[in-house]
Ligand binder design. Structure first.
Ligand SMILES: C[S@@+](CC[C@H](N)C(=O)[O-])C[C@H]1O[C@@H](n2cnc3c(N)ncnc32)[C@H](O)[C@@H]1O
Length: 237
């Protein structure tokens, strides 16, 4: 009898709690996609997001798409321009490990935060615009299936320069991913983004001059992306 009474009390308690729980989640679910993107950028990405213990500055929806692209393309070389702590570098290298093939070439001008050692990573330290770095990349990519992720300098001029210098290394059907075009879509009152033009402006100018690259909007299917129009597929040589 005592058991039945305590079970009834427990169920009654759960029923009382349910509307409270729903109210809490209703408030969360009333957030717009835009509010989520801003909240993630301001409160999560820089301090609270890690890959295998190393800081990674990414939108989780974007790196899921990276996993899909890597599995589809199976590149021999992934060039990552901009690695910071190396969480994204390790993420890419770990996925290549799972696929059993490929190397990540990490290019960064500042290695003060970066302490990664991984058998699938080659680290080149310097400015992505430096001709010495570009010719080293050319040697590494020669005859290899290559894709590129640009997450280095985010000014329009730097992104355009990286697109012009590195796009020739991208293999047919592979990708040049340009990160963080979202900064061009934030408003000044969001407290994010730049006063000058950024990656999205560079992409628009680049694709108008390079019909061999096409924006693949299917890679934005989760809607929550920091890379609007940033998944550039090479459709011809
Ligand atoms: C946004 S962080 C990279 C974040 C990293 N990909 C991640 O997801 O965790 C940008 C990095 O690009 C580097 N960087 C900026 N301008 C650069 C340039 N012109 N050449 C090479 N690296 C650059 C910075 O030193 C910084 O570490």
């Amino acid at each position: 009898m005592a058991t039945i009474i305590s079970r009834i009390k427990r169920v009654a308690g759960m029923l009382r709690e349910r509307p409270l729980r729903r109210a809490e989640y209703d408030e969360r679910f009333s957030m717009s996609l835009r509010q989520w993107l801003i909240m993630h950028q301001k409160e999560i990405v820089f301090d609270k997001m890690t890959w295998m213990g190393t800081k990674i500055w990414k939108n989780p929806f974007d790196i899921w798409i990276y996993q899909e692209i890597l599995h589809e393309i199976k590149p021999d070389v992934v060039i990552e321009i901009g690695s910071a702590y190396g969480g994204s570098t390790r993420y890419l290298a770990d996925l290549l490990d799972l696929l059993g093939n490929g190397m990540v070439v990490s290019i960064d001008i500042d290695r003060s935060k970066y302490h990664l050692e991984h058998k699938r990573v080659i680290a080149l330290t310097g400015n992505s615009s430096d001709p010495g770095i570009i010719s080293r990349v050319e040697e590494i990519c020669s005859g290899k299936k290559t894709m590129i992720i640009q997450d280095g300098g985010h000014s329009k001029a730097q992104v355009l320069s990286d697109l012009e210098n590195y796009s020739r290394f991208v293999s047919l059907n592979s990708y040049f991913i340009v990160e963080d075009g979202i900064v061009d879509l934030f408003y000044p009152e969001d407290g994010l983004g730049f006063s000058e033009q950024g990656p999205l402006a560079a992409i628009e100018e680049f694709v108008s001059r390079h019909p061999e690259f096409q924006v693949d909007e299917s890679r934005e299917r989760y809607l929550m992306t920091y890379n609007p129009k940033g998944f550039l597929r090479r459709i011809s040589v």
